[in-house]
Design a protein around this ligand. Structure first.
Ligand code: URA
Length: 189
């Protein structure tokens, strides 16, 4: 079972500094899967993905889609252990960890994946193009599952002159996801 393999994993250096491995949250039967980068401090402490500030925003976005974060979606990351100081995962760490995610996706078999931010998009789609270039247009994971690349919620939390526009674009991306899943469009909450 992939979750227990992850829990005892020592394939890369990140196991030395982790408190907990961080596998998933939500519903393994969900049609929609959100994939982020790697656990942060809150996730490492609790062993659950997206429980910090970025996670709170992600849940707000999921609610705005008219969905329940516990019942209607599955949430996980490219990397299952926290990189110290929240640095970007190193390529060899991604290479060690990614087979777990491939197996996870095979088991969940979602109808749609939302890839959050550069690491997720770059790893799932094998592109080096930045998120501002690729967001908003459908791609395919392994030639089969539609992937919508969009901004990572941490980026949307950062105050910048582009913040309002990025939020508007992220909402547009999620509306495209809702359309793909045949979901009614709720009023923006
Ligand atoms: N950022 C991520 O990419 N994943 C988490 O689980 C938390 C923050």
């Amino acid at each position: 079972m992939v979750a227990s393999d992850v829990a005892s994993c020592t394939k890369c250096r990140l196991h030395e500094t982790r408190t907990n491995t961080v596998f998933s949250r939500g519903n393994p039967e969900a049609k929609l899967c959100f994939i982020g980068e790697a656990p942060g401090a809150d996730e490492d402490a609790q062993g659950i993905p997206f429980v910090g500030r970025a996670g709170q925003l992600l849940d707000k976005m999921i609610h705005a889609m008219g969905l329940d974060p516990d019942k209607d979606v599955y949430v996980c990351n490219i990397i299952k252990c926290r990189p110290p100081g929240n640095r970007r995962p190193e390529p060899d760490e991604v290479a060690s960890c990614i087979p777990y995610l491939h197996e996870q996706i095979a088991q969940i078999d979602p109808k749609v994946i939302v890839a959050l931010g550069n690491t997720s998009v770059g790893t799932l789609l094998g592109t080096k193009l930045g998120i501002t270039k690729v967001r908003g247009s459908w791609k395919l994971y392994r030639g089969r599952i539609p992937v919508m690349p969009t901004y990572h919620p941490s980026y949307l939390l950062r105050s910048s002159p582009q913040q309002a526009e990025a939020k508007r674009q992220a909402w547009e991306d999620l509306q495209a996801v809702m359309k793909e899943l045949g979901l009614a469009r709720p009023a923006r909450g």
